[in-house]
Design a protein around this ligand. Sequence first.
Ligand SMILES: [Zn+2]
Length: 358
Amino acid sequence: MGGPCREFTTPHARSVLPLLPTVAKMPEPIPLETEHGLYLPDLELWLDSRRSRENGFVSHAHADHFGRHQNILCSEATAHILKTRFNVAEERLNPHPFHIPLEVGPFRLQLLPAGHIFGSAMLHVTRKADGASLLYTGDFKVRRSLTAEDPVFRRADTLVMETTFGKPGWVFPSINEVTGQILNFINECFEAGEIPVLLAYSLGKAQEALALLHQSRISAVLHKTVTQMTTACREAGCRLPAAVPFEGTVPPHHVLICPPNVIRNKEYKALPKLRTAMLTGWALDKSTISRFGVDAAFALSDHADYPGLLEAVKRVMPKRVLTIHGYTREFAAELRRQHYDAWSIEGDDQIELDLSSP
Ligand SMILES: [Zn+2]
């Protein structure tokens, strides 16, 4: 990756996370700064920074993980999607294939599938001198999906993980159960002469919905941003049916897939008898239906649920864990109960006192 990032070389601008207590022969953790976002100073590399940086790893093409960096390290599929979605110039992109080691000075990098959306990647870093390692997950999912690559976890000393659903109780039904609920909803709409509308974010969830319908031989028409993202994913190698754009009408026995924020737009006002269903992990919370003003909600998620998060930790076998996004403190506290050295990146963790000890 390019030259030094001067802005962050002054010591007082850094918040270097505390090192683990010295244990014989255990390598020191790879430094990670957290004050202005996630930054690996030894690699001069930002992780999913939304601010424009010199060098940035972009784990996937969702807007909340993207910044207009000078040099973007990402998976090959994400590079293609970024060009379509955010008009990123080719020369800024440094796409790298999954699994193939990338040597950067004294470090070896590896992109691993994160299972979140098509193209989503985790970043595994190894310091060659002493073998110290770090895994940054970005958004991830443990269960298999129809469109994202199967996730691959690799052992690492430090695990930096998202914890969107990091609280007990967030346990998603099986994919078969959720698929059954969605198909029932669609059949009920068809029988009642209504148009079923699946509300799904235009990148990721919408393609998953399309693939799910396709395997049940149900056709769909797509909002224009869903059409655009579906075409970009297909071009990048995702197995999906060709996108059929919505052009004012929905043919009989077709489903409309569109992002949640556009369904009240005037282009849909003229359609008779719409019945809407939101696809989101938050569907487990009963208030989701009223909050989004929809007729139904189904727990199709592109994130790991609580057991999935615990499963990821088990597979990575980290010496320390740093949590970001969602229930960071709650999940870190649970890991500490399980004797991991785990902390929320937001700080303010409540330290538990073990009153049972003498
Ligand atoms: Zn995401």
